[in-house]
Design a protein around this ligand. Structure first.
Ligand code: 5RP
Length: 229
């Protein structure tokens, strides 16, 4: 597909959201992520809703959008496996490792991704990086552990700050808080994810290396570029 050079970031998101339809398996339940790029995918999915059984959703926001468009939403516990999970990313590297959680949905995103045989990431080209870490890393934490976890990041030379909404700590769909961690350069995403995951009070770290993407549909000025990992 060839795109004119003047496409906005929003138009690139629409392009990859539509391109992701090629990965939806007819007659099946599709895993659906969260975010502005996924919203474009959900809108596209609505055009073929009669050809799928429904979706497993990764957030209350995506669930509301899916339902509003007449797409059935299944509980993750009702599904043993999904052919595909489609979601955006805040960063993706050349191996399919990602940083996610800019929309605070990382925990459910990782749960739904773990059900899927294939993770298809949809993103505009600004998300492709050499090394993860320039985007502040979201970490969902149990509130009583937030200060302790922030000190652990400080010992690594990074700075963790509590994410706020309307002046108060943001509360996730799971009733927990988010730390955003600046100053990291994540050279070994698999090892980093494993390490931070086992700190007491960490619910989910926003590095998706164990649940990495197998495919990335990248919106570029030249059209949709497909990366496989
Ligand atoms: C939400 C996410 C999103 O996938 C990520 O923040 C990208 O969002 P967008 O498509 O709006 O740029 O991880 O928790």
């Amino acid at each position: 597909m060839t795109a004119p050079i003047s496409l906005s970031q929003d138009e690139l998101k629409t392009l990859v959201g539509r391109a992701a339809l090629d990965y939806v398996v007819p007659g099946e339940i599709v895993g659906v992520g969260t975010g502005s790029t996924v919203n474009k995918f959900i809108d596209a999915l609505a055009t073929i809703k009669d050809r799928i059984r429904g979706a497993v959703s990764s957030s209350e926001a995506s669930t509301a959008r899916l339902k509003a468009l007449g797409i059935a939403v299944f509980d993750a516990n009702a599904v043993e496996s999904l052919a595909v999970y489609i979601d955006g990313a805040d960063e993706i590297d050349g191996r399919g490792h990602m940083v996610k959680g800019g929309g605070a949905a990382l925990t459910r995103e990782k749960i739904v991704a773990a059900l899927a045989q294939r993770f298809v990431c949809i993103a505009d080209e600004s998300k492709l990086v050499q090394t993860l870490g320039a985007f502040p890393l979201p970490v969902e934490v149990i509130p009583m552990a937030a200060a302790q976890i922030a000190r652990r990041f400080a010992a690594m030379g990074a700075q963790a700050t509590l994410r706020l909404k309307d002046g108060q700590a943001l509360v996730t769909d799971n009733g927990q808080h988010i730390l955003d961690v600046r100053g990291l350069s994540i050279a070994e995403p698999l090892a980093f994810e494993s390490e931070v995951n086992q700190w007491p009070g960490v619910v989910t770290v926003g590095v998706f290396a164990h649940q990495k993407a197998q495919v990335c549909l990248l919106g570029t000025a030249q059209g949709v570029r497909t990366l496989t990992f």
